[in-house]
Write a protein that binds this ligand. Structure first.
Ligand code: SF4
Ligand code: SF4
Length: 102
């Protein structure tokens, strides 16, 4: 069997509209839901770094947790979180719990 030459290969998927992936609400794939327990979060940003969907948002503000002041906290955008659990696996303080999606 001979392989096709490069100019004979059909053109693959083309993204014609920039930002169109925002319309794909991947949260519908989820069977497990990550919950951030803010009192255990040390603001290390590891979950934010590892999330493959970029759904963990860094919220700026004044937050006091257990007497410590923080200038930001993390929240998950459930429209796009697909429940892969990577954030929970990587969190060094086990501040993220995966629970069954209701
Ligand atoms: S990985 Fe855990 S401790 Fe670090 S910012 Fe995320 S939730 Fe907080
Ligand atoms: S479960 Fe996966 S997609 Fe959802 S916030 Fe964690 S790393 Fe991101």
């Amino acid at each position: 069997m001979s392989l096709p030459r490069v100019h004979e290969i059909p053109i693959g998927g083309i993204i014609t509209e920039p930002g169109s992936s925002r319309k794909n609400l991947t949260g519908g794939w989820r069977s497990l839901k990550p919950i951030i327990h803010d009192d255990r979060c040390i603001r290390c940003r590891i979950c934010w770094t590892y999330c493959p969907e970029g759904t963990i948002k860094e919220i700026k503000g004044e937050f006091v947790v257990k007497g410590r002041k923080y200038q930001y906290k993390y929240e998950i955008d459930y429209n796009y979180c697909k429940g892969c659990g990577i954030c929970a696996h990587e969190c060094p303080t086990k501040a993220i719990e995966m629970v069954p999606e209701a």
